[in-house]
Design a protein around this ligand. Structure first.
Ligand code: NDP
Length: 325
């Protein structure tokens, strides 16, 4: 039997964490023959509900789960962890400016970066979900100087999957027929969906949908999908967000399918003229826990303009948290 992987989930009693923990336990992320030890973290005042999650986990009797650790102590939660899924973050409350949210969460992610640096496996992979996810990933990496920054990524996959779902519906195809989707930039309303290289059943997507539908309907709908779900459901997306964490980590761990790529928030190496060091969503291919930004893709003038807007937003976010980098 394989050695169990240690998987940390922060905010494990929250909406996304609750949906995610059971998918990891069922083998949806690391495969049906890979045992896991779950290290579920919460804030001290949420340890009560986390105890309930622990009870339900026990009641599922998942064969792959070798242990479940429930803790509010980063030293315990990140101890020897192989995968740290940083979901927990402070939600935006009424009257709070975006910069206040960034500052509050930046402190959480700098502390977690230091704890990961100190206690995690030297092979750890970190995925940040808690918002502002891109900037939080940059902060966590900056506070973990003993680990390569390539180990820290941010979720762009829900936006990527939303774009695939929308295009499949529009063209009467199945989501699995859509390949080479790209969502560039920040996980925020400035993100940019790019169909230039996308195909549906092998046909160029831009030949299947009207250009004005792409620019005026698709791009803004993907940008505002999170808000639309909140409006309809009365709560932010949770099951779909958890499903996208599953996709992101599974592809990072097991690899992307041949001939396709995924969108992932990673440190820019200057590719496509994006400022080096920002955590920006690029198209990447993955193999056995590593990723590579897809090089040399043609970008349209429309795409370049939108990619700069989302880059500028990330530069502004970075300026707010400069003291923590
Ligand atoms: P959720 O589980 O709904 O969301 C968690 C985070 O994911 C939020 O920052 C949320 O951002 C973000 N997120 C990123 N992408 C998406 C997306 N596409 N759709 C929805 N959310 C997205 O929040 P809850 O408040 O239910 O749970 C958070 C939990 O984290 C709480 O239980 C809290 O106690 C815990 N926590 C734990 C910490 C720790 O373990 N050290 C630290 C801080 C909090 P947004 O708010 O913008 O929707």
């Amino acid at each position: 039997m394989k050695k169990p992987l240690k998987v940390t989930i922060t905010g494990a009693a929250g909406n996304i964490g609750y949906a995610l923990a059971f998918r990891v336990a069922a083998g949806d992320v690391f495969g049906p023959d890979q045992p896991v030890i779950l290290q579920l973290m919460e804030l001290p005042m949420t340890m009560g509900p986390l105890g309930g999650v622990g009870m339900e986990m026990e009641d599922c009797a998942f064969p792959l789960v070798h242990d479940v650790v429930l803790t509010d102590d980063p030293k315990v939660g990140f101890r020897d962890t192989d995968y740290a899924l940083l979901v927990g973050a402070k939600p935006r409350t009424k009257g709070m400016e975006r910069s206040d949210l960034i500052s509050e969460n930046a402190r959480i992610f700098s502390t977690q970066g230091r704890a990961i640096n100190e206690y995690a496996s030297r092979e750890v992979r970190v995925m940040v979900v808690g918002n502002p996810a891109n900037t939080n990933a940059m902060i966590a990496a900056a506070n973990a100087p003993d680990l390569p920054r390539e180990r820290f990524t941010a979720m762009a996959r829900l936006d990527h999957n939303r774009a695939i779902g929308m295009l499949a519906k529009k063209t009467g195809a199945l989501p699995g027929d859509v390949k080479r989707m790209i969502v560039w930039g920040n996980h925020s309303p400035t993100m940019h969906t790019d169909l230039t290289h996308c195909t549906v059943k092998g046909q160029p997507a831009m030949g299947l949908v009207p250009e004005d539908w792409y620019r005026e309907v698709m791009v803004p709908t993907v940008q505002r999908r999170g808000a639309a779900v909140i409006e309809a459901r009365g709560a932010s997306s949770a099951a779909s967000a958890a499903a996208s964490v599953v996709d992101h980590v599974r592809d990072w761990f097991l690899g992307t399918p041949e001939g396709d790529w995924v969108s992932m928030g990673v440190h820019s190496d200057g590719s496509y003229g994006i400022q080096e060091g920002l955590v920006y969503s690029f198209p990447v291919t993955c193999k056995a826990g590593t990723y590579q930004i897809v090089p040399g893709l043609e970008v349209t003038a429309f795409g370049t303009e939108r990619m700069k807007v989302t880059e500028k937003e990330l530069q502004d976010e970075r300026a707010v948290v400069a003291d923590l980098l």
